[in-house]
Design a protein around this ligand. Structure first.
Ligand code: C5P
Length: 315
């Protein structure tokens, strides 16, 4: 049976400003999303009937509750020509880390089924389905660079700017996005950072790394650092180790430490690896070329699947 294998890229938010809480409980955001070259591998294989999912991390739902499964179910409900599908996920993006790993997998399931079953759905249609699944899923359909408004799902493409080298450091615990927003509501929002997306967009357009670093900010650092003050301390330590800027990814707890060049990023990563209990990953911002190459395979399933080791990986 026919099969497709896709890379599902994660993201960071170069700026994330939280505005008011809407009557539906979601928060109005203004955020600049930027895709990163850190990816899960998703394979979708046609089958006669039914929907099954297998993820290499056994602590993840292997069925309903896994956002990729939910995405495939949504597509099967809307398009009866999808007889069945088996999904396999190889996770490389840390889970519940603020890097949109689950949203990336869901977006890959939508894109993959569209191609596998030759549905011919437009980007707009896929974006509408994506928004039903989660606030970050629409961006993950084409994770280059975009301004996100509404709850994050209203997207306007922006200039991707210069290459951003970064070292991601994730502490051993995970955070629930919903809980972080709840904490945010209980705090005095006036004390949080409220970064300006326009300044970031200008920095990207001007290819000005200094302006980009200055414009970075994340309002959700406020509740997360209040609960885990040592994260803020580590952020300062990463600066001392040579990071140009340190920013929390999405709703955390991953910290992204930025370097001007690849060599500097490698040095920074080797220093940061001394931080005990942290997962340290070297990565960079995504390019259009990366996105154009995100489909690894489309054909008969009998063909040997590329093992993840064959694919250019991150440290
Ligand atoms: O949309 P998503 O499922 O990713 O969001 C997870 C949770 O994060 C939501 O249930 C909501 O509590 C919170 N959230 C929010 N405002 C947003 C995005 C997420 O309050 N803009």
């Amino acid at each position: 049976m026919k099969k497709i294998i896709l890379k599902a890229f994660g993201k960071i938010n170069l700026t994330l400003d939280v505005q008011d809480r809407r009557p539906d409980g979601y928060h109005r955001l203004s955020t600049v999303f930027r895709g990163i070259h850190l990816f899960d591998l998703i394979s979708l294989e046609k089958k006669e009937e039914g929907l099954t999912l297998e993820a290499d991390r056994k602590d993840l739902p292997q069925g309903p509750g896994n956002l990729a499964y939910d995405a495939a179910l949504l597509m099967m409900e809307k398009f009866p020509q999808i007889s069945g599908v088996h999904i396999r996920i190889i996770k490389k993006i840390p889970v519940m880390a603020g890097l949109a790993g689950g949203s990336a997998d869901a977006a890959a399931a939508l894109t993959g089924l569209n191609l596998l079953y030759e549905l011919g759905l437009s980007r707009e249609t896929l974006e509408a389905f994506a928004s039903e699944l989660g606030s970050d899923v629409a961006f993950c359909l084409y994770p280059l660079a975009a301004l996100g408004e509404g709850r994050g799902e209203i997207l306007t493409p922006v200039d991707p700017g210069p290459m951003l080298w970064m070292v991601l450091a994730k502490p051993s615990f995970a955070l629930s996005t919903a809980e972080i927003y709840l904490h945010y509501d209980q705090m005095n929002a006036a004390l949080a950072t409220h970064p300006n997306a326009r300044n970031m967009i200008l920095g990207l357009e001007n290819q000005d790394l200094g302006e980009i670093y200055r414009a970075m900010g994340n309002a959700l650092e406020y509740p997360v650092f209040k609960i885990y003050p040592y994260l803020a301390q580590w952020g300062r330590d990463f600066r001392r180790m040579g990071a140009e800027a340190v920013l929390m990814a999405g709703s955390g707890p991953t910290l992204a430490a930025f370097a001007r060049e690849e060599e500097q990023a490698r040095m920074l990563a080797s220093h940061m690896k001394r931080a005990e209990g942290w997962t340290v990953l070297l990565t960079r911002s995504l390019t259009e070329e990366d996105l154009n190459r995100s489909m690894i395979y489309l054909g008969e399933a009998s063909v040997e699947e590329n093992p993840i080791e064959d694919i250019e990986g991150e440290e």
